[in-house]
Design a protein around this ligand. Structure first.
Ligand SMILES: C[S@@+](CC[C@H](N)C(=O)[O-])C[C@H]1O[C@@H](n2cnc3c(N)ncnc32)[C@H](O)[C@@H]1O
Length: 262
């Protein structure tokens, strides 16, 4: 069963504080630079090289894994539905940031969705992922891919940010940095869309196997079983949060919308 929850309560109490924090951004319009800033190339974070080298950095494995079928299998057949759900939050013609690469044809599909009047900027912190994504997007002039760490503010502002299955892969301090950075990069009226893992229902038939996979391969993923994505934000009250769960609670879409008026 899929459920939708509005995350209000205590977060609303923080609203006034964080609205003040984001005040200087009022009136800012989505803007992405025309030239990539790769001069200041980021370091590959330690969690990535130590934990996920086999999945995202090893050239032979990257070639093997970068397929729709792989993503569909990992997500127990829910990839198309989750992707569609993320895209529903983004309107054609918008300036959009995809905070990291995704295997398969996610980025071309998002570029198509954004359309020729929109703009898609993809970030990834791994050079091999940037190269692969650039190849996939070569026929989409509205899309560019840049070597960048999603945890580092870029100084750019977007109408929408799409963060697809990145948060569960990073340690808690990085979760905080990435979430705050992404929240800080949307214009008033814009939103950040997180699609990621979530704690499955008590009797979910895949709970045990997912737990074993996480304990073996994804050491930071279970943090999302115990914490809401909004809880990692420094000032969650400046946003209107909405959560929807899918596939017996195993997955979630969380949208954080920045109000137009402060
Ligand atoms: C989005 S996540 C996983 C998505 C999904 N499991 C898939 O099929 O690809 C994987 C990507 O995140 C990138 N990544 C990890 N940490 C990052 C960071 N701090 N900033 C930008 N990209 C990051 C990795 O290099 C990798 O390409």
């Amino acid at each position: 069963m899929d459920t939708t929850v509005n995350l209000t309560g205590a977060q609303n109490e923080l609203q006034q504080i964080s609205r003040r924090a984001f005040q200087p951004l009022a009136g800012v319009r989505a803007k992405t630079p025309s030239k990539p800033a790769e001069a200041e190339a980021p370091q590959v974070p330690i969690y990535l090289s130590e934990t996920y080298d086999w999945a995202y950095l090893n050239p032979r494995n990257v070639r093997l894994l970068d397929r729709e079928l792989v993503v569909a299998t990992i997500l127990w057949g829910n990839h198309n539905r989750l992707r569609q759900s993320a895209f529903e939050e983004i309107r054609p013609g918008q300036q959009v940031l995809q905070s990291s690469c995704v295997y398969g044809d996610f980025s071309p599909a998002l570029a198509r969705h954004v359309g020729s009047k929109g703009r898609l900027q993809v970030f990834d912190v791994a050079p091999i992922q940037v190269e692969g994504c650039r190849r996939k997007l070569k026929d989409f002039p509205q899309a560019t891919v840049r070597l960048a760490d999603a945890a580092e503010p870029s100084g750019e502002f977007y109408d929408a940010v799409c963060c697809y299955f990145l948060i569960h892969e990073v340690p808690a301090d990085y979760k905080r940095k990435i979430i705050d950075t992404l929240l800080g990069s949307v214009v008033p009226g814009g939103k950040v869309v997180f699609v990621d893992y979530h704690k499955p229902h008590f009797a979910h038939p895949l709970k045990v196997v997912t737990s074993v996979v996480f304990d073996t391969l994804e050491p930071f993923a279970k943090e999302l079983w115990h914490n809401e994505i909004a809880e990692y934000a420094n000032a969650p009250g400046g946003f209107v949060w909405r959560k929807q769960t899918y596939f017996g609670g195993l997955f979630q879409k969380v949208t954080a919308c920045r109000p137009t008026t402060s």
